[in-house]
Design a protein around this ligand. Structure first.
Ligand SMILES: Cc1ncc(COP(=O)(O)O)c(C=O)c1O
Length: 323
């Protein structure tokens, strides 16, 4: 197996992020629940994309690129963090955002401007249209002597997923230091790269530990996540074998992607009012509420401690009201 430390990587975040037990919530729900605070990773308002971008932007630089492209919804956290990380890496950033959702100058759109990104809206529901536009602009830039690197939506390709293999390695050490045994890892799933990295990381560093991704849209994550994990395993030159129940995707999209679920609001309030932690209504609020409802149904019964990976998303709180 290739050592993750040997892969090209630009240090962008402040790692390790904190890992600790949620004392009040654990007592209230009768289960030891730990949190991995990737919302506190030191770039912008934090979030899961920074770990992916450390590898993706290193690849971009190694290919001689001076510009990065990416895409997402109007309020994409991934796009905003790409703008932030590209700025840190000294690269120009062009964001082609779907003209869908909250397109007013709020939330992540404010931050994109602060980070100096070139933001362009594309009036389409299809990422294929957006990638075609990226190729077109990339061609124009090439004519002017620039080289652009395309990062897919969510930074979810096998190289991006390696960022979350590295996250599991990081909290495996933290869990050992705390003297605990992890039974199950839960996080939000939007494009699949985070869950894929967690799945492969669990196999490598925490054998037997299960991963559940709470889906915030209705993509077929049962297929997407293992495929991305297999791609990440190729990069790391290690084996990846799918086993029954090693990964499950549970959909909590509700009425649609980026449409908050009213049922999540009490859970969002509870975590804020007990542990002081903010969740957003698009990703982490859905994932956290979904996890606690699964817990109440007995989904994690008989297993060791639960780890919730907090993937960020706070800017949405300033663009989308909680119902
Ligand atoms: C805050 C937050 N959490 C979770 C996710 C989902 O991660 P992934 O796209 O790797 O599935 C995203 C993706 O944009 C996100 O912004």
């Amino acid at each position: 197996m290739r050592n993750i430390n040997d892969l090209p990587r630009i240090p962008l975040g402040l790692f390790p992020t904190p890992f600790y037990k949620l004392e009040v919530i654990s007592a209230r729900y009768g289960k030891n629940i730990w949190i991995k605070r990737d919302d506190l990773c030191g770039v912008a308002l934090g979030g899961n994309k920074v770990r992916k971008l450390e590898f993706l932007l290193a690849d971009a630089k190694n290919q001689g690129c001076d510009t990065v492209f990416t895409t997402g919804g109007a309020q994409s956290n991934h796009a905003m963090l790409t703008a932030a990380c590209a700025a840190r890496a000294g690269m120009k950033c062009i964001l082609l955002l779907k003209k869908r959702g909250v397109t007013e100058h709020r939330g992540n759109l404010v931050l994109n401007d602060i980070y100096g990104a070139d933001v362009r809206f594309v009036d389409t529901d299809s990422y294929d249209d957006i990638y075609a536009e990226m190729h077109r602009i990339g061609g124009e830039l090439a004519g002017r002597g620039h080289k652009a690197y395309e990062i897919p939506v969510g930074g979810s390709n096998p190289l991006g997923a390696v960022g979350y293999v590295s996250c599991v390695r990081e909290f495996t050490i933290q869990a050992l230091a705390a003297g605990i045994r992890v039974g199950h890892i839960v996080s939000a799933t939007g494009s699949g790269g985070t869950s894929a990295g967690l799945l492969l990381g669990a196999k490598l560093f925490q054998p037997g530990v299960k991963v559940t991704g709470i889906g915030v849209d209705d993509d077929p994550f049962d297929r997407i996540v293992p495929d991305l994990a297999a791609g990440a395993a190729e990069i790391l030159n290690c084996a990846f074998t799918r086993e029954a129940d090693d990964f499950r995707s549970v959909c909590r999209m509700g009425d649609g992607y980026a449409i908050p679920n009213p049922a999540d609001t009490p859970y969002i309030h509870e975590l804020a009012r007990t542990e002081g932690i903010l969740l957003d209504p698009v990703y982490t609020g859905k994932a956290w509420a979904g996890m606690l409802e699964l817990l109440k149904e007995g989904y994690f019964d008989g297993e060791d401690d639960l780890v919730f990976v907090h993937t960020g998303g706070a800017p949405a709180l300033f663009a989308i009201d909680l119902p």
